[in-house]
Every structure is written in structure tokens, then in C-alpha cells.
Design a protein around this ligand. Structure first.
Ligand SMILES: *[C@@H]1O[C@H](CO)[C@@H](O)[C@H](O)[C@H]1NC(C)=O
Ligand SMILES: *[C@@H]1O[C@H](CO)[C@@H](O)[C@H](O)[C@H]1NC(C)=O
Ligand SMILES: *[C@@H]1O[C@H](CO)[C@@H](O)[C@H](O)[C@H]1NC(C)=O
Ligand SMILES: *[C@@H]1O[C@H](CO)[C@@H](O)[C@H](O)[C@H]1NC(C)=O
Ligand SMILES: *[C@@H]1O[C@H](CO)[C@@H](O)[C@H](O)[C@H]1NC(C)=O
Ligand SMILES: *[C@@H]1O[C@H](CO)[C@@H](O)[C@H](O)[C@H]1NC(C)=O
Ligand SMILES: *[C@@H]1O[C@H](CO)[C@@H](O)[C@H](O)[C@H]1NC(C)=O
Ligand SMILES: *[C@@H]1O[C@H](CO)[C@@H](O)[C@H](O)[C@H]1NC(C)=O
Ligand SMILES: *[C@@H]1O[C@H](CO)[C@@H](O)[C@H](O)[C@H]1NC(C)=O
Length: 389
């Protein structure tokens, strides 16, 4: 595996010329209520537009249980939009490719969630209608525009922006984020973005390398997190980054061939796994999920809570190893323990799906500092190294 050399000196040559800089954006776990594992799964399937498939199978996913604490939920950070920048709390999401925010014309948005386009000197309305429609009927729609973004102090112009005018369903009922900041490839964009914001920043000379680095802190160690743009932060990993080729520039995905636990190896019959910072859980096919839980003593399953595991699994010294592009990436079984549901039982960070794709969400990513290299004129890669607080 090759290492990209990135220099970490800040140059003081003017606002555009921040070459070789890496710009940290602090991330914090999104507070508020925690969704049970089935509820999280339900929310996720809305994102991937697969709710219909799930309902066809007759799963009882409807009951949403909430608890008041939080445990490694989603990670959010601040983005400035417009000139001068208006700040919003956004969910940085490698699993989607649109940046959207509410505007004055959004009656279902909270006042603080609304970008005031009149106050931005760089705002340009493109005016094409866009819509994200989910199988459960929730949706976000509006018009396309362009404006400047300020990310960790870096100012970048002419970025594609979705102005949300109508936000329904699950998106309307949150005060935890103001919008989504998609970090995926443009082939998945619904707002017509031709370039990922990070790639646009490289083209504009704002950063030297179209890479981002993400560190997600564990809640039980104090939470927090960091996103860097244009470079990576060696303070948050140990050893060397192992880079893996992304087979297709669509999702940030890797080939996955098997998962091992307790010296047993279970093959994955699908092919790729999506690396998604916007998803809390690890999502695997049902059979594989069952195979893994068979190895975790005391696991229970019911349709309301999904799989729950004894909370003292946090004392386990076992590992679960994911084989990605033929290389092993272990995580501690202790790291799949989420918040308690009662009776000494806890929600788990691994959920089953009837679909044939898998997702490595934050439950996986809190063990690995991750580098997303967009590979502007070449292949894209994902790098992992064991993370460090
Ligand atoms: C909001 O709606 C008004 C009236 O239709 C329109 O003039 C204005 O451009 C809209 N604002 C945005 C940001 O789309
Ligand atoms: C923005 O300007 C338009 C046109 O002058 C006006 O109709 C609208 O009310 C303004 N919006 C806000 C939020 O001030
Ligand atoms: C941004 O767009 C404006 C108007 O289309 C154009 O004049 C300007 O050169 C663009 N700036 C960059 C950095 O692409
Ligand atoms: C918002 O979406 C809902 C559901 O699709 C629709 O009934 C409503 O008319 C829309 N409102 C606006 C202002 O477009
Ligand atoms: C979000 O809403 C909940 C309940 O509606 C409220 O308890 C909480 O204080 C709100 N949080 C923020 C940051 O506004
Ligand atoms: C899942 O397990 C069942 C029962 O063992 C088997 O019939 C089915 O083919 C398996 N499905 C997959 C996708 O492996
Ligand atoms: C489902 O499992 C959870 C956690 O073990 C438990 O609290 C709940 O009572 C169970 N519900 C049913 C309907 O059995
Ligand atoms: C959890 O507690 C049960 C019952 O006390 C015990 O049998 C089991 O070994 C414990 N598991 C771990 C990982 O400590
Ligand atoms: C990923 O899997 C596909 C299909 O099996 C294969 O063609 C491709 O070479 C693999 N890529 C990597 C980087 O392992």
C-alpha cells in the first residue's frame, strides 16, 4: 500500500493560497434521543430508498423506542454557507452526495435552519427543481443553487447547493441538524452537482489534495470527532494508513469477502460494502448477522428491539474481523455495545438486512481513522489506520 505524502504546514499567503494545509472541523456526536436498532435500521433504509423491500418481507419495524442518553450516534459539524458565511450544523455523510439546507420558503424548517439567500453576496439561483423521495413518503425538495462554503476556515466558491423548500417526514422532525453535507461521488447527486465539494476545492486551488480524514471518538471515551479537508491528521491514528482501492466511484465502497469471529470465518456472498459516516450501524445480510450473533453469548432477538446483547459484552476481549479488499480489519466486540434497553441488555451496533448490500457505519469507523481520497484523475481510495484519541 502506498502512502500519499501530504505536507502539514499552513502557508500565510492569502486566503486562497492555503496550499498543503489540512483544515480540521470539529465533529460532535449529535445529541438528543437514541433510536433503537430497528428504528435506526428503518431510518437508514429510508436513505437508501429500500423501505418498500423491507415492508414486503413483513418485518415489524414500526415501533420506535427512544431512550434519553446517546451513544455514538451521528456526528455533526459546522459549515458556513454564503458570503459572509451563515453557519449551520450539518451531518457529514459519506453515504450521500448532496449538500442541502432549508431556506426562507421552507415552512416546515425551523427558523435557525433557514439559509437567508438575500444576505449572501455570492448566492446564485440555478432554479432547477430537485427532490429526494423516500419509500416511506418522507421527502426533501426545492431548487438548485450555487454559493460559497466555508469549511474549517477554507472558503470555496460556486458550490452546488440544494435549497430545501419542503421537508417532510423524518427530516422535518429533527432539531439536531440543519441539513446534510454529502461527501459522496456526483453520480449519486440529486441536486445536479457535477463535482464533489472537496474535488471542487482542489480544482479551485483551495486545497492541494482532494482527500478528507475522519476521526470519530467513542462516546464512552468522551465522544467528539474531527473531519479534516485537504489532508489528514496523524495525531488521530497509529501506524501507517492502509489504502484500499474503491472499485467503482459511486458509493465509497470496498470489496468485502468475509467476516471472522471466534476463529470462525463466515463468507460474504455479496461483493461490496459501503463505508458510510452518516450511518450509525454496521448493516449485514440476515444470515451473516445471525452467524455473528451465534458467537456472542446471551444474544436475544425480537422484532421490536432487534438483536440485543448483554451489556457486559463490553468486557469481551473478542474481535470481529472484516476482510476488505483481502486485508483484515478487526474491531473489538466491545465496540458493538450501544445503550442499555433494560434488564442488563443493550442495543447492538450490528443489524441485519434483507438487501444484498452491506454498510460499515460509525460502529466500524470509530475503530479506524479513515481517509477518503477522491482520486481526481485516477482511482479513488479509502485508507484505514487504527484510531487514537
Ligand atoms: C422564495 O419564494 C419567492 C416567491 O415565490 C421567490 O421570489 C424567491 O426567489 C424564493 N426564494 C428562494 C431562496 O428560492
Ligand atoms: C429576500 O428578498 C426577496 C425579494 O426582495 C423578498 O421577497 C424576501 O422576503 C426576502 N427574504 C428575506 C428572508 O428577507
Ligand atoms: C464562479 O462563478 C462565477 C459566475 O459564474 C464566475 O465568474 C467565477 O469565475 C467562478 N469562480 C470560480 C472560482 O470558479
Ligand atoms: C410539500 O410536500 C407535501 C408532500 O409531498 C405536499 O403535499 C405539499 O403540497 C408540498 N408543499 C409545498 C409548499 O410544495
Ligand atoms: C430539540 O427538541 C427537543 C424536544 O422537541 C428539546 O427538548 C431540545 O431542547 C431541542 N434541542 C435543541 C438544541 O434545540
Ligand atoms: C440463509 O440461510 C437459509 C437457511 O440456512 C438459506 O436457505 C439461505 O439460502 C441463506 N441465504 C443466503 C443469502 O445465504
Ligand atoms: C424485546 O427485547 C428487549 C430487550 O431484550 C426487551 O426489553 C423487550 O421487552 C422485548 N420485547 C418483546 C415484545 O419481547
Ligand atoms: C456477562 O455476564 C454473564 C452472567 O453473569 C456471564 O456468564 C458472562 O460471562 C459475562 N460476559 C462477559 C463478556 O463478561
Ligand atoms: C473487487 O471485486 C471485483 C469483482 O469481484 C473485482 O473485479 C475487483 O478487481 C475487486 N477490486 C479490488 C480493489 O479488490
Amino acid at each position: 500500500m502506498k502512502f500519499i505524502p501530504i505536507l502539514f504546514s499552513l502557508c500565510a499567503l492569502g486566503s486562497i493560497d492555503l496550499a498543503n494545509a489540512y483544515i480540521p472541523i470539529p465533529l460532535s456526536p449529535k445529541g438528543g434521543k437514541v433510536l433503537s436498532t430497528p428504528a435506526r435500521y428503518h431510518k437508514l433504509m429510508q436513505k437508501y430508498g429500500l423501505e418498500g423491500t423491507l415492508q414486503k418481507r413483513g418485518d415489524k419495524i414500526g415501533t420506535i423506542e427512544y431512550t434519553d442518553n446517546f451513544y455514538d450516534v451521528d456526528y455533526v459539524g459546522t459549515v458556513g454557507i454564503g458570503t459572509p458565511p451563515q453557519n449551520f450544523i450539518m451531518d457529514f455523510d459519506t453515504g450521500s452526495s448532496d449538500v442541502w439546507i432549508g431556506t426562507e420558503n421552507c415552512s416546515s424548517c425551523r427558523p435557525t435552519q433557514k439559509f437567508d439567500t438575500n444576505q449572501s453576496s455570492t448566492f446564485q439561483l440555478d432554479g432547477f427543481p430537485w427532490k429526494l423521495q423516500y419509500a416511506d413518503g418522507s421527502s426533501v425538495s426545492g431548487l438548485t443553487a450555487e454559493d460559497a462554503f466555508t469549511l474549517g476556515g477554507l472558503y470555496t466558491m460556486n458550490q452546488t447547493l440544494g435549497l430545501a423548500e419542503n421537508v417532510t417526514g423524518s427530516f422535518a422532525n429533527t432539531n439536531l441538524t440543519d441539513g446534510i453535507f454529502g461527501l459522496g461521488f456526483p453520480s449519486l447527486s440529486y441536486t445536479g452537482a457535477l463535482m464533489a465539494p472537496v474535488v471542487q476545492m482542489k480544482k479551485q486551488g483551495v486545497i492541494d489534495d482532494a482527500v478528507i480524514g475522519i476521526w470519530l471518538g467513542r462516546a464512552r471515551e468522551g465522544g467528539g470527532g474531527e473531519l479534516t479537508i485537504g489532508g489528514i491528521n496523524p495525531a488521530h491514528y497509529t501506524g501507517e494508513i492502509q489504502y484500499l482501492t474503491v472499485p467503482v466511484k459511486k458509493y465509497w465502497q470496498l470489496n468485502m469477502s468475509s467476516i471472522s469471529i471466534n476463529q470462525k470465518t463466515f463468507e460474504y456472498r455479496g461483493s461490496s460494502s459501503i463505508v458510510d459516516t452518516g450511518t450509525t450501524l454496521i448493516i449485514l445480510p440476515m444470515n451473516l448477522t445471525q452467524d455473528i450473533y451465534n458467537e456472542i453469548p446471551g444474544t436475544r432477538f425480537n422484532s421490536t428491539a432487534g438483536y440485543t446483547i448483554p451489556c457486559n459484552t463490553s468486557q469481551s476481549t473478542e474481535q470481529i474481523t472484516f476482510t476488505l479488499n483481502d486485508l483484515p480489519f478487526p474491531i473489538n466486540v466491545a465496540d458493538i455495545v450501544r445503550e442499555e434497553v433494560g434488564d442488563g441488555y443493550c442495543n447492538s451496533g450490528i443489524a441485519g438486512t434483507t438487501s444484498d448490500f452491506t454498510i460499515l457505519g460509525d460502529t466500524f469507523l470509530k475503530s479506524y481513522y479513515s481517509v477518503f481520497d477522491y482520486g481526481v484523475d485516477t482511482i479513488a481510495r479509502i485508507g484505514f489506520a487504527p484510531s487514537k484519541r
